[in-house]
Write a protein that binds this ligand. Sequence first.
Ligand code: ATP
Length: 370
Amino acid sequence: MHLEMWGIKKTFGAFTALKEISFKVHRGEMVCLLGPSGCGKTTALRVIAGLEDHDSGRVFIGGRDVSHMPISKRNVGIVFQSYALFPNLTVEGNVTYGLHGRGMSRQDMRQRAAGLLDLVGLPQAGEKYPAQLSGGQQQRVALARAMALSPDVLLLDEPLSALDAKVRVHLRSEIKKLQRELGVTSILVTHDQEEAMTMADRILLMEGGSIVQDATPDDLYDHPATVFAAGFLGSMNFLPVSYDRAAATAAMGQARLRVPDEAARGDVGTRAVLGIRPEDVMLVEDGRGIVDSSEPNLLAVRADSLEFRGALYRMRLVAEEGSSLEQALFADVTARQVRRMGLGEGSRLRVCLPLARLHLFPGATDEAMP
Ligand code: ATP
């Protein structure tokens, strides 16, 4: 294990920013701390770097207990949201800044800078000043600078947040590629779920100073443990239900829905929340056999609105007469299917909530729903 946090607690006065969090990161792995603003991501990163003292717990990097070491001894590289380059130094001067006093010859330092600038796609920029570069280019320089010391751990604090959408998308795949090639153990802090899903090998989802789920991106998406996790990563429809008399069914208003068997183990009347992602709501195309005829949970609905999103439409579906749907349901439908079915506002249709696609959150109540 390359990085370990053991029961790290951090308070600011009466406020507890980190509630004894523990996690481990393998050598060469990129782990993302993901969560809403104020959940403690940056504080956790600053504790690893040694920029922030913690109240209790221990931090290990490469097997060394660095809990009380100053940042200069921890051998971490950091990239901040704000680039934080020295404006009066050239790009090369920025990249080699941390190498002075390490017994390297000027020639070696120049070579190292050139190699790193090559790696981040800026082979010609050494003589330029930060102000002559775009935001994306400055962040590449910051990355080269962080890598110059061959850090044991690379810490990335919202590195792409200040960049515009196009540059962000481009740079995130480049950073990921570079991180893989160099095999540097990395921690990425972000509140951007897409960034976390595309870059991380593993996501630690945080809420209120705690890690609430630790999983690979696809596992977190497919098996969110809580309503919070389900709503934070991607979208989900949440339907309040209560356990019904028959096993594996739940009542939603007047309707009885089949729910996943293994999850339906509650006393009759116990409330729970049923979730389904918009892309999993299936439209029933009569006669085309799109939906397995044995599927339960068919609902008659009307398209209330269609929002164009490029390849997809997000449809807002409301109850059609005789249907028991009490709240709107969102469905993502490919533009192709919308055209083929001739769907528009007011279209009447049937949808299916496939059993295999339902998430049941036992014990969750309406209040937990976003
Ligand atoms: P963001 O994405 O907004 O940066 P975050 O998840 O990184 O959020 P932190 O910056 O770690 O959150 O902050 C966690 C909590 O600790 C916040 O409520 C914040 O107000 C508080 N906090 C952080 N630093 C300090 C400080 N120096 N003094 C007092 N409170 C602080």
